[in-house]
Design a binder for this molecule. Sequence first.
Ligand code: SF4
Length: 279
Amino acid sequence: MILPADFTFSQSNLQDYRDCPYRFYLRYILHTRWPALVVEDALKFEQRGQSGARFHRLVQQYLLGVPEDRLQALVTSDADPDLSQWWENFLEMIPPLLEGERFVETTLTTSLAEHRILAKYDLILVQPDGHLVIYDWKTSQKKPRKDWLEDRVQTRLYQFILASSGGVLTNQGKVTPEQIEMRYWFAPHRTAPITLHNNTDQFEQDREYFTSLINEIANKPADSFFRTADEARCRFCVYRAHCDRGTLGGDFESLEDSDQQTEEFESLPDFDQISEIEF
Ligand code: SF4
């Protein structure tokens, strides 16, 4: 086994493996840093990432009870006009949906195939009727298809870990997959979140799928982490010159239009600062 015994699996490293085993090998086993841009317009990419991070922070503060007028002052003085639009959309669409106990930026872990797996949630809402709703905020312009979201590692892993360990949030020791749903909300759009439901069949499929995926990665010889055959995946990958898959990054607009909306692009908040709950 080439992985350290304490390696923790998360949605980002599992998604990397699924997209390209060689990218996983370079990033998480060799820890290769490669000085390439994800897109050619680095400044625009970085600014959009920072705006996304500021939006996540605003929502976090709102959910923790910081007064709205103080947050509005931050929005008004922000250099990016998109932030103001995202914030207006948020206030219009999301607060009416927030009845229940809030667990803001919470990390849950559990064990599978002798490894730790971890999920970092923007918000878990425990509703009065016992349902648990995972909210995930996105600032990417493109709203993906529901079936694409259903197949994402993030969707499957977040729901699986919450079904496995969410009892610590309800004080009932156990939750069922049927109690869980996941809502992706896209800030540039004044529309309702995209809602995905979980169930016991899906939970069992996900358990089998992640067990098999983790075993496959953990037992793979170093020379078997092959490059993806789908070269479209290389377009926004920092290792493309290393792999001889092109030297120029894609353009920013194409990234926004693509299905490759990476976590780097979203610039998620600093989860190292937040508490972790292990079941
Ligand atoms: S450039 Fe392509 S083949 Fe190389 S690591 Fe990235 S996705 Fe994989």
